[in-house]
Ligand binder design. Structure first.
Ligand SMILES: CC(C)(COP(=O)(O)OP(=O)(O)OC[C@H]1O[C@@H](n2cnc3c(N)ncnc32)[C@H](O)[C@@H]1OP(=O)(O)O)[C@@H](O)C(=O)NCCC(=O)NCCS
Length: 214
């Protein structure tokens, strides 16, 4: 069972998602339908998204099985989104993947980079994870800015990698290992010393991502 803590930096707090968050999450997802749809994971053969209460039950079940650490993001005390560390594996791999969203009304305030840094530092320090990845659709410029701010290292193009908005979509994958951020990702972000060029995507991969797979 993963114990998901409460972590704060300035106006941004991440804390464990709870069944009683269903109402506010449901409202946010409804109000932000067009903002989120293009980036939302879907399941092949299924139409529509699960109810928020069901989604919360699912991620809490994964946390009980040591497979995920599901957080809500709060900004000045209000729930504004989610950050989830999922696909957790331990032993020789000791890795996980981060996913996130925030409401459009709070976009551009630097909330997500802080939330991700808080979660990754905690995972490195307390979970025994040594590597975290973030995979992003090539068209998602806002999310590509997040990994750039964090100085995450580009690893490569994964063709038709995740089922998003009704189809298998290419993703650019970025990673960070514990050895790359010995002083912590948050400290590096706040100091502004991340090496942004690590997130550069080579032109060949940008062209490949625009070329349909045969
Ligand atoms: C991607 C996302 C999580 C970024 O969160 P955030 O808290 O706004 O992150 P930041 O404040 O660091 O902003 C990141 C970039 O978003 C863009 N942005 C800023 N304000 C914006 C707005 N009002 N509308 C759209 N994009 C905006 C800017 O390019 C910004 O980069 P910059 O600060 O260098 O100008 C958020 O845009 C979002 O939830 N998008 C929809 C869901 C999604 O894409 N999830 C990620 C899937 S991989």
């Amino acid at each position: 069972m993963i114990f998901v803590p409460t972590l704060t930096h300035g106006d941004v707090t991440v804390r464990s998602i709870r069944p009683r968050d269903a109402r506010v999450i449901s409202r946010l997802l409804k109000d932000n339908r067009s903002w989120l749809q293009k980036w939302e994971a879907t399941v092949p053969g299924f139409e529509g998204a699960p109810l928020s209460s069901e989604m919360i039950r699912n991620v809490l079940r994964l946390a009980r099985k040591d497979q995920a650490a599901p957080f809500v993001i709060e900004y000045r005390g209000q729930v504004v989104g989610q950050v989830t560390l999922s696909g957790l594996s331990f032993g020789s791999l000791a890795s996980g993947a981060v996913g996130y969203w925030v409401a459009e009304t709070v976009a551009g305030k630097g909330i997500t980079p802080l939330a991700v840094a808080l979660v990754v530092d905690w995972a490195f320090t307390n979970l025994g994870i040594h590597r975290v990845e973030i995979c992003i659709r090539p068209e998602n410029e806002a999310s590509l800015r997040v990994v750039r701010k964090l100085g995450m290292r580009y690893e490569g193009l994964r063709r038709r990698y995740i089922h998003i908005d009704g189809d298998w979509r290419d993703h650019f994958c970025f990673a960070v290992t514990i050895d790359e951020v010995l002083g912590g990702l948050l400290a590096r972000l706040v100091r502004g010393t991340a090496n942004h060029s690590l997130a550069d995507v080579p032109e060949a991969d940008q062209i490949a991502a625009r070329t349909p797979i045969r």
